[in-house]
Design a protein around this ligand. Structure first.
Ligand code: M6R
Length: 603
């Protein structure tokens, strides 16, 4: 997830672009850059780190001009560095891009064969080269963009300039957000409304496959294929504060609702549907090396540790290799039995958690192979590990992990497919089924998010409880732990997560008519057992909130209330079940007024 801005009009472009980028820093902040065209010359300034570094650079080396583009980056391909920062120029074409080009390696190989050299490690540089190639063929900027975009697979929102057509700005979108602001003889392009809200409230929302050409004071909309389009502007009356959070009340809610997009980004460019396999560029181990693995340790902290517990179920079930899950702060201080036949998987959103980093170092010192699952590109854990699967969730601004967690689950599922295919426990047909499950997840998440209103009502009913219990079994037991952690973390209500079958060994004594008990009871092989645990809770007067499969009449009859999720593969149910847990904790915290102090910080 990155932020892009474009401007063309009668004002100096640079301050407008910088102001826009500042509002988009929530989308990424590891490097930034601008390009402004003046007297037919493109002036590019880029710098690593937060936007303030670009401000400083521009103070010493200013650029002037009335047409320009800018970018704030959250690295996906290539570490954060000046060389990987956007804009990227090839020949006379300059591009800023938000999204992931799935076929960039294939295109890069072809372009390299044509004698082109690449300066960065990004997928974006391929876009500037391919447009420049087409521009050389056609001599027409607009046509070159159309031809080039039709060769890209994946997601993009792009702003493009051309030194040989210096009065023209082109923007196009496929899969990544883009809004166009209409001013008085001026136009703005941005990834999101807040970037341009101080300049105009008349906005056009671009749809996938659409493109706009700004030239000679006019904006002409069309499809990328060239069909003319009539686009109607909408008046946006959001306050600037609302706009910053995308119209959501809190960053946490925004990030919860972003999850279908986040999963799409996690899997983008990695699925090999035909082969029933996945492509994980960052996993450097060959099939032969993976086949030597005799035992896996997954090590992490907090929410990431809950993801690790789900990973154990997935890998053991499909790869039949023993998996141990460790809390990093425990692992580093004991004497773990690991050797060069051990594979360690370190999970960390930030990639900076000290205990997880120390566990990685400890494992390396003992000769274990390792792979990290991280969100933050080029973080310490990502740098020091021998391979990394980036989750591509985008920056986590709300401190309670939501999208970071479910993308970790998706990354573990990707790894399971890759590992199982390598060691032969997953054949092509099974791999194809597993890949198709992942493809369905974003749409299913959209359905689950529709439960938001219902969950808010449930939150009102139970917000005054002093304690909560969360129960689950098997692959959904870690989700009970995660549900309890979310509630504790943001609402300050005491909550415990338990394996449902363990309840009778003590905690059952706590259950009475004041105790809400959230039970994860989807229709899977554990269904009857969990349903009978639910009966035990009801018998003691507990207030059952059942997270169950859609249309489960039996559970409806017995539970105080049900939250019904679509029935899908058992392996991916944890992703779907996580969402009601997040929403319940969020709404209780909002109602109790405990959220404001916790949310909204940039980590
Ligand atoms: O960045 P990490 O994933 O290594 O962070 C580990 C935990 O601190 C983190 O998962 C924490 O538990 C969550 N933010 C809680 O919502």
């Amino acid at each position: 997830m990155c932020g892009i801005v474009g401007y063309t009009g009668n004002q100096e472009a640079t301050p407008i672009i910088l102001e826009g980028l500042r509002k988009l820093e929530y989308r990424g902040y590891d490097s930034a850059g601008v390009c402004v065209i003046h007297s037919g010359r493109a002036e590019i300034r880029r710098s690593e780190g937060k936007l303030v570094n670009l401000d400083k650079l521009l103070a010493t080396a200013p650029v002037n001009g009335e047409i320009g583009i800018g970018h704030t980056r959250w690295a996906t391909h290539g570490r954060p560095s000046e060389i990987n920062a956007h804009p990227h120029q090839a020949g006379s074409i300059i591009v800023v891009h938000n999204g992931i080009i799935e076929n960039y390696l294939e295109l890069k190989e072809r372009l390299t064969g044509l004698g082109r050299t690449f300066k960065s490690e990004t997928d974006t540089e391929v876009i500037s080269h391919i447009i420049d190639e087409k521009f050389k063929e056609t001599g027409n900027f607009e046509q070159a963009v159309r031809n080039a975009l039709q060769e890209l697979r994946g997601a993009y929102a792009v702003c493009i300039l051309c030194e040989n057509d210096p009065g023209v700005l082109i923007a196009a979108k496929q899969g990544s957000p883009m809004v166009i602001g209409l001013g008085e003889n001026e136009y703005f392009v941005a990834s999101d409304i807040p970037a341009i809200l101080s300049h105009t409230r008349e906005m056009v929302f671009m749809e996938d496959g659409e493109m706009v050409v700004f030239s000679r004071g006019k904006a002409v909309f069309s499809t990328v294929a060239g069909e003319p389009l009539e686009k109607k502007p909408r008046h946006i009356d959001w306050s600037p504060l609302m706009a910053e959070k995308g119209g959501y009340k809190h960053f946490m809610l925004k990030e919860i609702f972003e999850q279908p997009r986040a999963i799409r980004d996690t899997i983008a460019g990695r699925l090999m549907e035909e082969d029933g396999n996945v492509f994980l560029e960052g996993v450097k181990l060959s099939d032969g090396e993976l086949a030597q693995v005799e035992r896996i340790f997954i090590v992490a902290c907090g929410t990431s540790w809950h993801a690790a517990l789900v990973g154990k179920f997935l890998i053991e079930e499909h790869c039949r290799i023993p998996v141990e899950v460790d809390i990093a702060s425990e692992f580093r201080y004991r004497n773990p039995i690991i050797n060069d036949k051990t594979l360690m998987i370190l999970i960390s959103q930030s990639g900076e958690t000290a205990d997880t980093l120390a566990a990685l170092r400890e494992g390396k010192a003992r000769g274990a192979k390792n792979i990290a699952i991280c969100n933050v590109v080029d973080s310490s854990i990502a740098r020091e590990s021998n391979g990394v699967i980036y989750t591509h969730a985008g920056p986590e601004i709300g401190v309670a992990s939501t999208k970071a967690f479910i993308t970790q689950l998706a990354a573990l599922f990707l790894f399971t497919i890759r590992f199982g295919r390598a060691i032969g426990t997953i054949d092509r047909d099974k791999g194809r089924t597993m890949v198709s499950l992942l493809i369905r997840i974003p749409a299913l998440l959209d359905n689950v998010l529709e439960l938001n209103g219902q969950i808010e009502k449930i939150a009102r009913t139970y917000m005054h409880a002093r304690d909560f219990l969360y129960l689950g079994r098997g692959i959904n037991y870690p989700i009970a732990l995660e549900g309890a952690l979310k509630l504790k973390e943001i609402s300050y209500i005491h909550a415990e997560g338990y394996p449902a079958g363990e309840m009778k060994h003590g905690p059952i004594a706590l259950i009475d008519e004041n105790m809400p008990v959230v039970i994860v009871v989807p229709k899977n092989e554990n269904y009857e057992k969990v349903a009978s645990n639910m009966e035990e809770v009801i018998a003691r007067g507990g207030l059952v909130i059942a997270v169950c499969s859609e249309g489960d009449e039996e559970i409806r009859k017995k539970a105080m209330t049900t939250i019904e999720i679509p029935r899908d593969s058992d392996d991916l149910t944890p992703i779907l079940v996580s969402v009601p847990m997040q929403l319940l904790a969020y709404h209780i915290a909002v109602l109790k007024g405990t959220l404001a102090c916790k949310i909204g910080k940039i980590k």
